[in-house]
Design a protein around this ligand. Structure first.
Ligand code: F6R
Length: 359
């Protein structure tokens, strides 16, 4: 039931602070220690490489997860699009462990990979929102997203829940291996900050509605740019905008733009820069200026500590590994309002189904 909300998508965006709190209470004890099945941790510790396999938004959550697993648990991690991996399997490490990310647990592309790797005898974990879903039943381990039903076709709270569960698992793995970065990572405190930060952003949604009306409703193409983790959020942000507003949006590694694609910038083309990482903030700002010099209308999403006077959307500071949990919220809202302002059916975009059960 969407209650007083005009669309499920807005309700689901608004639910994210509570999903963060719920995951914190489900998976972290009062000391902040992760509560994760020891068999699962042992199975992963016997492997030498993680393979995250997923589609769409879940794939984008996997990209963010790579940084978490590599930095907090020091496990080399690859992230693959399921439909590609299924028919063009890379040369695997000696002892691979697979993680399937899937809101629905029913995505046929991911299932094809799972069937193949089961046949090869490799172990796997499914991180899903749906208990007893196909992927959950057919893999060795399951971690639930506890996000509540996600009805809108455009995925929002499942994305942030997936990143959070990856962070919990990465911390659990790192701590069990005495990795200092994991021991020092106060995830419980961070998730509290994230929940409060998300609430602050959704409370300011009208600002994003204004940006949508001013720069997006009449745009025919747009860009999200960033580096590293901000690039991964750019991919997700542009997917959101494309699928429900039908505006062509590219998520781009900001340094790569000048190698060709910058030719597409015209007077008024909206370019959103995501700037949450201190080591690349200056570089992304220069790349934004390059687009501005070609006529782009630039908009910035930055964290408080990296913000400059004329930044457009400033989000609260959290650990740099977790900034996607906040930087994606304005992008979700921008997609929502642009769809709404164009008079489209936000929850049921054309040509799309909630779960994709064909290859
Ligand atoms: C985008 C979206 C899709 C799904 C993708 C995978 O908003 O919803 O890209 O993320 O179809 O679905 P799941 O996560 O159910 O495997």
């Amino acid at each position: 039931d969407k209650g007083t909300y005009p669309y499920y998508m807005l309700k689901e965006i608004d639910e994210q602070p509570n999903v963060m709190r719920k995951l914190s209470s489900k998976y972290l004890n009062s000391d902040g220690k992760p509560v994760v099945d020891n068999d699962l941790l042992d199975a992963i510790k016997q492997s030498d490489r993680l393979y995250i396999v997923a589609a769409g938004t879940s794939y984008h959550a996997g990209l963010v997860g790579k940084n978490l697993f590599e930095k907090l648990a020091q496990v080399p991690t690859e992230v693959h699009v399921a439909s590609e991996f299924a028919y063009n399997m890379p040369l695997l490490a000696d002892k691979p462990f697979f993680i399937f990310l899937s809101q629905s647990g029913e995505t046929a592309d991911s299932r094809e990979v799972l069937v193949n790797i089961n046949r090869l005898g490799y172990k796997s974990l499914t991180i899903t929102n749906v208990e007893n879903s196909t992927l959950s039943r057919e893999s060795n381990y399951t971690l639930l997203l506890h996000a509540g039903p996600e009805i809108s076709v455009a995925s929002t709270k499942a994305y942030t829940a997936q990143i959070t569960v990856e962070a919990i698992l990465a911390k659990a793995l790192g701590e069990s291996d005495n990795v200092e970065a994991a021991q020092n990572f106060n995830l419980k405190q961070q998730l509290g900050l994230v929940a409060t930060g998300m609430q602050a952003i959704v409370d300011e949604k009208e600002t994003i509605n204004e940006l949508s009306k001013k720069y997006f409703v009449n745009a025919n193409r747009s860009f999200y740019i960033g580096r590293g983790i901000d690039y991964f959020v750019s991919l997700e942000s542009s997917l959101k905008l494309k699928e429900i507003s039908y505006i062509l949006a590219e998520g781009f590694a900001s340094g790569e733009l000048k190698h060709g694609t910058i030719a597409l910038i015209e007077k008024g083309t909206p370019v959103i820069g995501i700037i949450t990482q201190s080591n690349t903030a200056g570089l992304t700002r220069s790349n934004l200026e390059e687009t501005m010099a070609r006529g782009a209308k630039t908009i910035t999403i930055t964290t408080e500590s990296l913000a400059k006077d004329n930044d457009d959307i400033v989000i609260p500071d959290v650990d740099e590994l977790l900034t996607p949990l906040l930087s994606v919220i304005p992008a979700q809202l921008l997609a929502y309002y642009t769809s709404l302002n164009k008079g489209l059916d936000v929850d049921h975009p054309r040509n799309l189904a909630k779960s994709v059960t064909v290859q």
